[in-house]
Design a protein. Structure first.
Ligand SMILES: Nc1ncnc2c1ncn2[C@@H]1O[C@H](COP(=O)(O)OP(=O)(O)OP(=O)(O)O)[C@@H](O)[C@H]1O
Ligand SMILES: [Mg+2]
Length: 249
């Protein structure tokens, strides 16, 4: 069974159709990239999946459960965790405090019976483990806002990971990074995904990044899905070439 299923998902903003009748699914263990040019509807699709905005039409099914009308925090507690296109961390806190708080955010209901101290210890442990998986242990005590941009983006992934998500959603993790920082991020994320066990939905602009990281991809164009499949097949699809890749080799 698919972990995530979108059925005829549509989002209109006035006259603009940001997401247009999108049907797609994410299977357990898949690293799926959603690609498409500026304004294709990628971020809007993420907002719909995570519950930041409500669809105009269509359904979202997560792990067999209809979540279309469920608020964002409930979806997080079911196991959806995301990073944002724009950096979203607590800049004055340390990297460790950021991952611990992220872990606690999902814990709130699950661990209440254990009481405060146990909650804190468990969240710290999961936060530290996430930092380690992203290669950030050496900056754990540093103030998050003073980390390099590349490390800040990885810290955001660590924060999402600290929530032990069943579905990890990432909106352009390499946006705004230098060539060197992008290469490093791809290296770290590639290692993370290669370890297996994660199901990932990734929005990405950079084709090189997509081909390095994704096992499946969905191409959006003006809100609609124009191709879906493994990266090599999608890349060769003339419709995709025409609409988006335009000369990319
Ligand atoms: N809150 C909103 N109100 C009105 N229009 C919106 C809103 N959010 C998005 N849109 C419009 O919906 C379309 C899709 O935008 P979206 O941000 O989802 O694209 P994107 O694929 O993430 O683009 P980018 O690559 O630039 O991040 C665009 O035309 C955008 O202007
Ligand atoms: Mg976007």
């Amino acid at each position: 069974m698919a972990l995530l299923e979108l059925q005829g998902l549509t989002k209109r903003y006035g006259g603009i159709v940001a997401v247009d009748n999108v049907t797609m699914s994410v299977e357990p263990g898949e690293v799926r990239a959603v690609i498409g040019p500026n304004g294709a509807g990628k971020t809007s699709l993420f907002h719909l999946i995570t519950g930041v905005v409500k669809p105009t039409m269509g359904e979202i099914v997560f792990d067999g459960q209809r979540v279309t009308a469920m608020p964002a925090f409930s979806r997080c507690q079911l196991g959806m965790s995301r990073t944002f296109q724009i950096t979203a961390l607590f800049p004055e806190m340390s990297a460790r405090e950021n991952t611990r708080l992220a872990a606690q955010a999902r814990d709130k209901q699950r661990w209440r019976p254990l009481g405060g101290g146990a909650v804190f210890a468990e969240a710290s442990r999961r936060g530290d483990a996430a930092l380690e998986r992203l290669g950030l242990s050496h900056v754990a005590e540093r103030q998050a806002g003073l980390l390099s941009h590349g490390d800040q983006r990885l810290l955001e992934v660590a924060m999402a990971l600290a929530q032990q998500p069943r579905l990890l959603l990432m909106d352009e993790p390499t946006q705004g990074l230098s060539v060197e920082e992008t290469a490093q991020a791809v290296e770290v994320l590639g290692g993370l995904f290669a370890g297996g066990g994660l199901t990932v939905l990734l929005v990405e602009h950079d084709m090189e990044v997509v081909f390095r990281l994704a096992s499946k991809m969905t191409v959006l164009h003006r809100g609609s899905v124009i191709a879906d499949g493994d990266p090599a097949t999608v890349k060769a699809d003339p419709v995709v070439q025409d609409a988006y890749l335009g000369g990319y080799t």
